[in-house]
Design a protein around this ligand. Structure first.
Ligand code: CTP
Length: 416
């Protein structure tokens, strides 16, 4: 168990309630939280609930005699190994970027000599505003770690980047900052140390001409979460990814690609590997001919009704599964289905000759969302049905299962 401590500054915003989940998740990992709740934050969470969860006195006022006699704001700002602002509002970031100190939170941020992590959450327009982006740049330039917000539907009804990342992802980042590198949920020795994991994620883009492409709605979140969890489990991770707007998880080697054919080539080049997890939503087809120049509607000989001729893309999962030489020991595919999920997954496993399939029902809000509900199918049939959980939790659970598999395999070899 770690004996680390953070100073958690809870700003005002609808996402403030998630800081309670964060405190719980950190405490599960042996990390204590001492909290400051700003005036705005108190509109969303009460100091009493924060104190009940953190098990410590909660600080709210700059000029509170009690606090000053027990612990001054300077001491408070330095009494932790890391200062975390969650949620970091546009206002708090603006103050910190400009060195303002007119309340307890901003004063602590100015007085601290410890590393600072900011986890922004705000309306998408506020996040994208030039002033906020300038402040984020300034903060990063000052050495502050600013996490990228998640993308999705927001409480205000708009859609885009601005959502607070999942508490488990924030806790991972905190743990990584505290331990100066990727971590695995406190497990030592790391169960996948010495293993090489290859993983594909995101969509592919199949060009039609220099400005147009065929693609799909994959956000890459599930694949990136698995890549991060594999790194924390000690594996060397090569992540071959189509275009997504996600941060590369700590300790992961990213190989960015666009098309299915580039993805296959990058995977072949990354072999040998012990594990291959095929999470990418690879486009099944590509335009047979990509025009060298932008296709025009009206000018010259432009065709008002162009027809698309498509060619089949290589199947990366099936190609790697059928390899005679250099086949990864464990190959896991994903099956996104809208009906007869498990039956189709079993058929897919046989057809592609992979070892496991993680099957999910994508008829709901899975694509692009943060939640997932999956079944684990092995060569012996459906092994497990997991309840609906975050993609981060699916990643953790899958990596735990993978670690057990390699552990069994190592045990068998030792016994022979
Ligand atoms: N996959 C792949 N290469 C492709 C297509 C799919 O590697 N050209 C992998 C995906 O990464 C996933 C699995 O195959 O692990 C299943 O993908 P899915 O799209 O569900 O299967 P398809 O082969 O496209 O089958 P169908 O569209 O008929 O369901």
């Amino acid at each position: 168990m770690s004996d680390k401590r953070i100073l958690l500054i809870i700003g005002g915003g609808i996402a403030a309630y998630k800081s309670l989940e964060l405190i719980r998740e950190l405490s599960r990992r042996g990390i204590a939280s001492r909290c400051i709740v700003t005036k705005g934050g108190q509109e969303f969470v009460t100091p009493l609930s924060v104190s009940a969860l953190s098990g410590e006195k909660v600080f709210t006022e700059l000029f509170d005699l009690d606090d000053e006699s027990e612990m001054g704001h300077i001491q408070l700002s330095r009494s932790a190994d890391l200062v975390v602002v969650c949620p970091a509002t546009a206002d708090l970031m603006a103050k910190a970027a400009n060195g303002l100190a007119n309340d307890l939170a901003s004063t602590a941020l100015l007085a601290t000599d410890k590393p600072v992590l900011m986890v922004p959450a705000m309306n998408v327009r506020m996040w994208e505003h030039a002033a906020t982006q300038r402040n984020v740049e300034t903060l990063r330039g000052d050495g502050v770690t600013v996490m990228d917000p998640d993308e999705g539907a927001m409480a205000c009804g708009e859609f885009g980047p601005g959502r607070l990342p999942e508490p488990i992802a924030i806790a991972d980042r905190i743990q990584a900052l505290l331990s100066d590198g990727p971590v695995l949920y406190g497990l030592e020795p790391k169960p996948l140390a010495g293993r090489h994991a290859l993983i594909t994620a995101g969509p592919t883009r199949e060009p039609l001409d220099p400005v147009r492409f065929l693609s799909n709605h994959s956000s890459g979140k599930q694949g990136y979460a698995i890549a991060g969890a594999l790194a924390r489990a000690g594996a060397r991770v090569t992540l071959v990814s189509g275009p997504v707007s996600l941060e590369t998880p700590a300790g992961v080697d990213l190989v960015p690609v666009e098309t299915a054919r580039e993805m296959l080539e990058a995977c072949q080049a990354a072999l040998p590997s012990d594990l291959f997890v095929s999470v990418a939503a690879v486009a099944d087809w590509r335009p047979s001919r990509a025009a060298a120049k932008k296709m025009k509607l009206k000018e010259g000989d432009g065709d008002p009704h162009p027809t698309l001729e498509l060619s089949e893309n290589p199947d990366i999962l099936a190609t790697l599964s059928r390899k005679k030489k250099n086949r990864p020991t464990l190959i896991i595919g994903f099956a996104a289905e809208t009906h007869e999920v498990e039956a189709l997954a079993i058929a897919k496993l046989k057809r592609k000759r992979c070892d496991w399939i993680v099957a999910n029902d994508v008829s709901g809000d899975v694509m692009g969302g943060t939640m997932n509900e999956v079944s684990l199918v092995t060569r012996d049939g459906v092994e497990d049905r997991w309840p609906r959980m975050t993609k981060e939790d699916v990643a953790t659970r899958l990596v735990e299962r993978i670690a057990r598999e390699f552990d069994d395999e190592a045990g068998q070899i030792a016994a022979e």
